[in-house]
Design a protein around this ligand. Structure first.
Ligand SMILES: CC(C)(COP(=O)(O)OP(=O)(O)OC[C@H]1O[C@@H](n2cnc3c(N)ncnc32)[C@H](O)[C@@H]1OP(=O)(O)O)[C@@H](O)C(=O)NCCC(=O)NCCS
Length: 144
């Protein structure tokens, strides 16, 4: 059984490092990690943390209203495709709706675009190249 809960910024670091920053000279600590409005979600399987994601208040001028940015979405390789990503996004939508946030956006790796589209995010604009981590699309979803 998988369980989802809020976790601390520090708990996200090992997975960020392993899945998103392996051999990549970019920080795995984000400047907004400890902001009061920031929250981090973790999925546990048999008490083992298998997936993490972080949500930070951040405005993108392309979108309207109150906004959060999704960052650091990662599931351990051997646990990808088991529904942890889905659990986290669905929980984030609930939390953000309760907070009356209008829009969730992120910089999505090209390989993750189809995943985000399954949950109603849309790409915005052209592909952008981010240094060291390759091609990305800005993606967004207005919350109901
Ligand atoms: C992308 C990622 C976070 C998805 O998490 P996950 O736990 O593996 O995804 P889930 O098992 O919840 O998948 C939910 C649905 O999305 C689909 N899906 C998952 N990853 C996908 C991908 N990369 N491309 C297309 N579809 C994908 C699943 O098949 C599933 O579909 P279904 O509900 O029809 O069965 C995870 O695979 C991962 O950590 N990848 C490497 C790091 C990464 O790229 N992170 C995103 C950075 S922007």
């Amino acid at each position: 059984m998988m369980k989802i809960k809020k976790i601390s910024a520090k708990e996200t670091y090992p997975l960020r490092l392993e899945i998103l920053r392996k051999n990549i000279p970019l920080p795995y600590e984000f400047s907004d990690d400890f902001d009061a409005e920031t929250f981090h979600l973790g999925v546990f399987k048999d008490r083992k943390l298998i997936a993490v994601s972080s949500y930070m208040k951040a405005n993108n001028p392309n979108f309207k209203g109150t906004q959060y940015q999704l960052r650091g979405m990662a599931a351990l390789n051997e646990y990808q495709g088991f529904g942890a990503g889905k659990l986290m996004l669905q929980e984030a939508f609930l939390i953000l709706t309760e907070l009356k946030i209008d829009c969730l956006w992120c910089n999505a790796r090209v390989i993750a675009v189809d995943f985000y589209e399954k949950f109603g995010l849309q790409t915005f604009g052209e592909k952008i190249e981010l240094k060291f981590v390759g091609d990305h699309y800005v993606m967004f979803k207005y919350l109901e």
